[in-house]
Design a protein around this ligand. Structure first.
Ligand code: ZN
Length: 131
């Protein structure tokens, strides 16, 4: 794929995929912030990249396996809040929208916790403010 043809990143950052989540998913770069990791995990969902989702999940909360539903189509991401609560801890609140098959759009509102270990950010867990 040529640089000129690099598509916009699915995470909605406004950057090209090659200049945003692409290098993270290709394990050529490490997320510098929890928000960058969160965005890359959204892009991994869009691409059905199960391996990346597991690798970016903290080992203490990581599931043994991960089901990715092929019928899910991700529609967009909006990051609402990114708070670095400690040197190695951060919270990212976001809304992601998706559709299953021909169903109506579903709104996923999550506040996720992230921790940094050995210079790498990991997803820890999430709560759902609307639930
Ligand atoms: Zn991105």
């Amino acid at each position: 794929m040529s640089k000129l043809a690099s598509p916009p990143c699915p995470c909605g950052s406004g950057h090209a995929l090659d200049a945003c989540c692409g290098p993270l998913l290709a394990t050529q770069a490490v997320a510098r912030t929890a928000e960058a990791l969160m965005r890359s995990r959204y892009t991994a969902h869009v691409r059905g990249d199960r391996e990346y989702l597991l690798a970016s999940w903290h080992p203490s909360t990581r599931p043994a396996t991960l089901e990715v539903d092929d019928a899910v189509r991700w529609l967009g991401l909006a990051v609402k809040r990114h708070v670095q609560s400690a040197p190695d801890a951060a919270v990212v609140e976001f809304v992601a929208r998706y559709r299953i098959g021909g169903g109506s759009a579903v709104r996923l509102h999550e506040t996720s916790r992230f921790v940094r270990q050995h210079g790498r950010w990991y997803y820890l867990d999430g709560t759902f403010p609307d639930a």
